[in-house]
Design a protein around this ligand. Structure first.
Ligand SMILES: Nc1ncnc2c1ncn2[C@@H]1O[C@H](COP(=O)(O)OP(=O)(O)O)[C@@H](O)[C@H]1O
Ligand SMILES: [Mg+2]
Length: 269
């Protein structure tokens, strides 16, 4: 059943969702900045960092950057860290590389992964690109060990570029002494800032358009309220915008006001 507000405004799909196709991603200045650093690190076989608050658009920007790589030439390997141990990371990596292994031995997993990476680069002539999302959840000992993944016996070629994305403490983790071997390979980093008021307006209209509405539904003051209430963070802006649409539809009002945004914000934490 379609929610009331979708019918009321005539949306062709749910607005302000996380489910965006790569060509629906808005190419903001932040997305471009991430993509430039991504390309630079990938070309050098080095490491880049993308930091920012939760919901600032890190994963989306990386998805956009990744989508531009030619699939025959590159092999993206996307890992979302969770528990934070090195073993978990190696297991996630081996499953992404479609390796069938039941082993829980770190050394064996590492050997298999390295072999698979060499098979990609030398056998299939594909360049692997490793993206580790939510990397700020990884434990310190992971940062101390991870550089071994990029080293191949008797082969000094930089074969495995890595892009780390995470919250701001990612940088602190890399500044520890034990992380130096990994940190010394970082060639670029980018911090996603809160977006400006004018970009927020573009952003809101962009999401409306994806959902089939090409006229601005948000009054100027509603845009300002979403900008302020979200702190310029996109995921929170999505929730505020959708909540405000619901409040306006409830009152059968076609233009969303700052008051509707206020009602929406009372539902969020
Ligand atoms: N460039 C963009 N274009 C359109 N929507 C975006 C863009 N960046 C972020 N978003 C929206 O904001 C939400 C949060 O972004 P996300 O990349 O998941 O943030 P983070 O990874 O920093 O937590 C996404 O689900 C998407 O709806
Ligand atoms: Mg993310």
């Amino acid at each position: 059943m379609k929610p009331l507000y979708r019918t009321f405004f005539g949306f062709t799909r749910e607005p302000f969702t996380a489910e965006l196709k790569a060509d629906q991603i808005l190419q903001t200045a932040e997305v471009t900045a991430v993509a430039e650093r991504f390309d630079y690190a990938v070309n050098l076989g080095a490491i880049a960092l993308v930091t920012g608050e939760v919901g600032s658009g890190k994963s989306t920007a990386l998805r956009w950057a990744l989508n531009r790589l030619h699939p025959s030439e590159f092999r993206p390997i996307w890992i979302t860290a969770c528990s934070g141990s090195i073993l978990e990371l190696y297991r996630l990596l081996s499953s992404e590389l479609e390796m069938e292994t039941a082993t829980y031995s770190r050394a064996t997993l590492l050997k298999f992964i390295r072999r698979q990476i060499l098979e990609l680069t030398d056998g299939r002539k594909q360049k692997p690109v490793l993206i580790i999302d939510e990397a700020s959840l990884l434990r310190l000992e992971v940062f101390a060990e991870l550089h071994t993944l990029t080293q191949f016996e008797g082969d000094s070629r930089p074969l495995l570029p890595i892009i780390f994305a995470g919250q701001n403490n990612l940088l602190d983790l890399l500044l520890y002494r034990t992380s130096i071997p990994l940190a010394s390979r970082v060639v670029a980093r980018c911090h996603l800032q809160a977006i400006s008021r004018s970009d927020m307006e573009l952003y809101l209209n962009h999401h409306l358009k994806i959902a089939g509405i090409s006229h601005p539904l948000f009054a100027d003051q509603a845009v300002t309220a979403i900008h302020q209430g979200s702190g310029g963070l996109l995921r929170r802006a999505n929730h505020l915008a959708r909540g405000a649409l619901i409040a306006a539809a409830h009152e059968k009002i076609q233009q969303v006001s700052a008051e509707h945004v206020r009602i929406a914000s009372s539902e969020l934490i």
